[in-house]
Design a protein around this ligand. Structure first.
Ligand SMILES: Nc1ncnc2c1ncn2[C@@H]1O[C@H](COP(=O)(O)OP(=O)(O)O)[C@@H](O)[C@H]1O
Ligand SMILES: [Mg+2]
Length: 254
C-alpha cells in the first residue's frame, strides 16, 4: 500500500509521522520504503547518515528518463528502512513539471516498477498543495492527514479535502483517507481538548483512536538520526506511534 502523509500546513507532524510510522512498520517486519518529496529534505536528513554523499535524489528520478528509481533506493540509519532521498533541487520540480502533460503522474510512473516489492511505501510531502503534493496524491492508495490539536489547526483542511476530491475525480479514483492523525497534543490545555472534539465531529471514524502527544523525545530523536523506537523505546511517543502503526495495519487490510 502506498500512503501519502499530507497536510499543506507546515509543522503539523508530517515528517515525524512519516519517519516513525515507516520505522514502526519496518520493525514489525513489513518491507517498507520511505520516499521524501519535500525540498526541505527533513526526512532525509533525519535518517540518512551522510546525505551529501549522494549526488542524485528523487528529483533526478522524476525528471530524467534514464534514471531508474531502483538505483536510488538507499539504506537509512533506521533498521529495515530504505529511502529515496530528497534534496533542495526538488524545489525546481514545480517549474519543470508544470508545463509537462504528464506532470502530475511522474511519481506514480516511477514507483510503478517497484511498488510490489514493498508492503508499504510512505511518502512524506512538503507543506504546500503544489505539484509535488499532487504527484504524491496521484501515486498514493491512501492518505494520512496529521492535524495538530491547536487553535486554527482545521483552518485550510477544506482546501486539502477539495484537492483530494479533485485528484479522485481526475486521476486516482481509489484514493481514500486512511486516517486523520491528531498530533502535538497537549492534554493539559482546554483548547487542545476542544480541538480534538471538533476534529472528531468533522471527521468521525476517520480519526485514528491513537492521539500523538507533544513529547520532547519525539522532537529530539531526528537529531540523532534515530526513530523514537530506539531513541526512547519506553516513551509515550514510542508507544503511541507503535499503536498508530497497528491501526494502520488494521485499516490497510479492510
Ligand atoms: N508529537 C510531537 N511532540 C513534540 N514535537 C514534535 C511532535 N511532532 C513533531 N514535533 C516537532 O515539531 C516540528 C514540526 O514537526 P514536523 O514533523 O517536521 O512537521 P511537518 O513535517 O508537518 O512540517 C519538528 O521540530 C518536530 O520535531
Ligand atoms: Mg516535513
Amino acid at each position: 500500500m502506498i500512503i501519502a502523509v499530507a497536510n499543506q500546513k507546515g509543522g503539523v507532524g508530517k515528517t515525524t509521522t512519516a519517519l516513525n510510522v515507516s520505522s514502526a512498520l519496518a520493525f514489525m517486519g513489513k518491507s517498507t520504503l520511505l520516499i521524501d518529496t519535500d525540498p526541505q529534505a527533513h526526512s532525509t536528513i533525519s535518517c540518512v547518515k551522510e546525505p551529501s554523499l549522494y549526488d542524485k535524489s528523487l528529483y533526478d528520478v522524476l525528471v530524467k528518463n534514464d534514471e531508474n528509481i531502483s538505483n536510488h533506493i538507499v539504506s537509512t540509519t533506521i533498521p529495515g528502512l530504505n529511502i529515496v532521498i530528497s534534496k533542495i533541487s526538488m524545489a525546481k520540480l514545480e517549474p519543470t513539471l508544470l508545463g509537462e502533460i504528464d506532470g502530475h503522474y511522474r511519481l506514480k510512473d516511477v514507483i510503478e516498477p517497484i511498488r510490489r516489492k514493498y508492503d508499504f511505501i510512505i511518502i512524506d510531502t512538503p507543506p504546500t498543495l503544489g505539484i509535488i503534493t499532487l504527484n504524491a496524491l496521484v501515486a498514493a492508495d491512501a492518505i494520512i492527514i496529521p492535524i495538530q490539536s491547536s487553535y486554527l489547526s482545521l483552518e485550510g483542511t477544506d482546501d486539502l479535502l477539495e484537492t483530494i476530491d479533485k485528484v479522485k475525480k481526475v486521476a486516482n479514483p481509489n484514493l481514500h483517507i486512511l486516517g486523520i492523525l491528531i498530533t502535538l497534543h497537549d492534554k493539559r490545555t482546554n483548547i487542545s481538548r476542544d480541538v480534538v472534539n471538533k476534529i472528531k465531529k468533522v471527521f468521525g471514524k476517520k480519526v485514528f483512536k491513537t492521539i500523538i502527544s507533544k513529547s520532547v523525545k519525539l522532537e529530539e530523536s531526528p537529531a540523532y538520526k534515530e526513530s523514537i523506537f530506539t531513541y526512547a523505546p519506553y516513551s509515550v511517543g514510542s508507544i503511541q506511534y507503535k499503536q498508530v502503526a497497528k491501526e494502520i495495519l488494521k485499516r490497510a487490510k479492510n
